[in-house]
Design a protein around this ligand. Sequence first.
Ligand code: ADP
Ligand code: MG
Length: 606
Amino acid sequence: MPIHKLPSQLINQIAAGEVVSRPASVVKELLENALDAGARKMHVDVHNGGLRLLRVSDDGSGIVAEELSLALERHATSKVTSLRDLESVTTLGFRGEALPSIASVSRLTLTSRTADSDRAWRVASREPEGFHPPVPAAAPTGTTVEVADLFYNTPARRKFMRSERTEFQHIERVVRQIALGRFEIGFTLTHNQRETLRLAPAPSERDQVDRLGKLLGDAFVAEVLHLSHEAAGLKLMGWIGLPNYSRSQPDQQHFFVNGRWVRDKLISHAVRHAYRDVMYRDRQPAYVLHLQIDPEQVDVNVHPAKHEVRFRQSQLVHGFVAKSVERALAQVRPGETGLTQPERPSTMDNPTPPGRDFTAEVSSGFVQQPISWRVNEKPSPRYLNSISDYAEPLRARTEPAKPTGDRVADELSPPLGYAVAQLHGVYILAENTQGLIIVDMHAAHERITYEALKSAMAEAGIPSQPLLMPIQVHVSTEEADAAEGHSDEFSRLGLEVHRSGPETLTVRRVPVPLEGSDVDGLVRDVLSDLIQFGTSGRFEAAIDEILANMACHGSVRANRRLTLAEMNALLRDMERTERSGQCNHGRPTWVQLQLDELDHLFLRGR
Ligand code: ADP
Ligand code: MG
C-alpha cells in the first residue's frame, strides 16, 4: 500500500480509540467541558448504559452560534493558544479532541446558547463528515450534548462493551469522581429516566460532609479526619480515613491536582508511606485529597485521557503530601468538634484558620469520640534515656488528684481521665468527663514504646556499624548510577554503599537495627523507588518495623497486674504520644463510651 493521508473521519476515529473507550469516558469528557465552561449545575441522562443515548446538559457559558461547528472540529479549542498557555493549563481540557472524537463514533448533537443570545443553536454530526450549519433551537443558557448510538460505526469497539448495567456503573463512578472534586457544583444522574443520584451544591463543610457520605458511605464519614496544610507554595486539603477505616482495595482513593482527578503512582506512594506506621501493609487507606499547585509546576499533557500528570518537582510534592498526611495522622487526638457538627466555615473555600496548622478532627462515631485533647509534648524523658530502656516496666508516678463527686466534672481533668480498674488483665477502665474510657493496655503501651524508640533514634541519629563481610549487590547500570547519585542519602541512613563495578554495588556499613536483615533486597527496592519517585522511605520503614517489633516484645503483656498509679501513668503517656489512637498494627488502642450511651443501656432518661 502506498503512503497516503488518512481521511479526517478516520483520524478522528483513531483518536477516539484513545479518548473514548466506553460510554463513561464520553461522560467524563462532556462533564469536564461543562466544568471548564463555568457551569454550576449539570445533568447526565443515560439510556441503556449510554450505548443508545447519553445526554449531558449544563448551565455554563455556552458557545456562540458562529463557533458551534468549529467546536466539533479536530484541534479546535478555546482553551490554549500558545505553548506558553500549554505550560500553565488551568482548564481540564486543552487538546480540542473530545467533541470531534466522540462525533466520529456516534450521532452527536450539540445545542448551545450564550447568556446574551435570544435563542439556542444546534449542530449535528452527519456522515461521512462535516456538519450541518447551525439551526435555531429552544433551550436555556448553557450547553447540551446528545450522543446517540455510540460506536454504531465501529463494530470492533462496540463488541468490547459489557452489559448496560456494567457500563452504567462505570458512568456512575465517573460522575461520583467528578462530584468529589467539585463540591460547589450540583449534579443529577438518571438511567432510563430513573434518578440514581442527586447532589445539591455543597458550599458549607456540613454539606460537603453530607456529600462525602452520599458518595463514599456513612462509614467513611464516621471515621475520617479533615486535613488542610499549606507550605512551599503547595496546599493540600481534604479528608483522610482513620487507620481503623482501611479497605482491601484502593477503591476510595481520590486525589485531585488543581481540580483534576488523577491516578498517580507518586501520590499513592506518598500517601501509603504516610500510613505505613498505622495500617497493616496489605490494607488500603481511603482518602479524598485536593492538591493546589502552581499550574506551571505540573505537566498535564502526558496522557490523552489526561488522568495522569507529571510534577516538575516530584520529590518536593512527594515529601509534602507524605508529611502532610503523616502529621495529620500523628495528631489523631480528637479535636473540639466532629465532622458532623453544623455551622463550621467551608473547608474548600476557606484556608486553614490562622494559628492552626492542621485541623485534625474526628467525627462522632462510637469509637474514639471527640474530646478535647491538648498538648503535643514529647514522650516522657524516661523513654529517651536509652533505647534499651524500652522493656522497663511502667513505673509508678505521681498519683493524680482523685476525682470527687459522682461524675468527673473538672475541666482540667485529663482527656483519658483517671483509671478506676483493670479488667481481666487486658483492659484499663478509666473515668473521664464524658463517661467511660476502655484502653487495651498492651496495644497502647506498644505504641508508646514504639514512638519513644523512634524519637530516641531521631534524636541520636541512626547508629550504624561496619560489616565483617561486605555485601555485593548486583544491579542495573541505571540503578548503580542512582546509587552513586544518592550516596549522601544512603549515608544519612547509616549505609555505606560504593559502586564497585558498572553493575555492582558493595555495602560496607549498615544501620544497627538492620543487621542480619535482607540488605541486598532492601537496597534494590530502594533504588527502584529512587529511580521512579526520586525518593524512598524504605529504609526508614524497615527500621521502623524492627523498632515496632522491639516495642511489641517490650510492652506490658496481658495478665500483668497494674496499680492504679501505673495505669494512670500509661493514660498520661498516651495523651502525650503521637498516633496513640492506634497500636502499631492499626487497631484502636482505646474507645470512649459516652455517659448517655451508658444511660441508654439502662433505659435511663436524662
Ligand atoms: P477541549 O475541551 O480540549 O477544548 P473539546 O473538543 O472537548 O476540546 O471542546 C472544544 C471546544 O468546544 C472547547 O474548547 C469549548 O470552547 C467548547 N465547548 C465544548 N463543550 C462545551 C460546553 N459544555 N460549554 C461551553 N463550551 C463548550
Ligand atoms: Mg474537552
